[in-house]
Design a protein around this ligand. Structure first.
Ligand code: HEM
Length: 189
């Protein structure tokens, strides 16, 4: 999965060989088609815990895409599964986290951070799993950054074909980790 992500980031180099004028020569054919329509991207975000209920409305009720997104919205995130796994190994994961409403955003949790710090300090094998989650989290943020820069150099600050303000909107999605606790603990390790 991480290798796929790295490839997605690297292929942006190829798209960036296209000049703004070249892109403009076919942009009108896109009409209102946009990355906003990617249900796989929303599913990935939902799976990782970033669940914006407004994103669901973009998919027609009764469509296969809507069914997939609705299912993913209600399902536990990777973070929830990870916390259950830690609890199954005997780590004192706070009960309220194991029973949390999985449709809500993943917020920093001071008590959980103590658990994670003890895993790192004891160099438990679970720490490697934490690092893989950080790799993935960083990888998606890297993709978002490269995509915004590609958008800025190709269409500047023109609005997107999907109806957003374009680069201005995309910038608001930067530097927002999926797993905030794994980043918060690092200055204490
Ligand atoms: C020069 C090429 C590209 C331009 C100018 C561009 C532009 C944009 C813009 C302006 C948006 C904001 C939504 C909107 O209003 O349309 C957007 C969103 C998005 N684009 Fe692109 N894009 C390009 C290439 C790509 C590629 C190659 C991919 C995937 C492989 C991609 C995937 C996405 C996704 C998933 C979103 C939704 C992001 C989010 O909501 O956080 N885009 N794109």
């Amino acid at each position: 999965m991480l290798t796929i992500l790295k490839t997605m980031v690297a292929q942006i180099d190829v798209l960036e060989t296209m000049s703004p004028i070249e892109f403009l020569s076919f942009r009108s054919f896109l009409a209102n088609a946009s990355g906003f329509q990617s249900w796989q991207f929303r599913e990935l975000e939902f799976l990782l815990g970033s669940k914006n209920p407004r994103a669901i409305e973009r998919y027609a009720e009764g469509s296969a895409e809507r069914a997939a997104i609705d299912r993913r919205f209600a399902a536990p995130t990777i973070w929830d599964s990870f916390l259950r796994f830690l609890a199954s190994l005997g780590h004192p994961v706070p009960k309220e986290l194991l029973a949390r409403d999985v449709t809500q955003p993943i917020a920093e949790h001071a008590q959980l951070q103590e658990v994670l710090i003890s895993i790192y300090r004891a160099q438990k094998p679970e720490a490697s799993l934490c690092e893989l989650l950080v790799d993935f989290d960083e990888g998606v943020q890297e993709w978002r950054y490269r995509h915004v820069k590609m958008v800025e150099r190709t269409i500047g600050f023109k609005p997107g074909t999907g109806g957003s303000s374009g680069a201005e909107y995309l910038r608001t999605t930067l530097f927002r980790p999926f797993f905030p606790d794994l980043w918060a603990i690092r200055s204490r390790l």
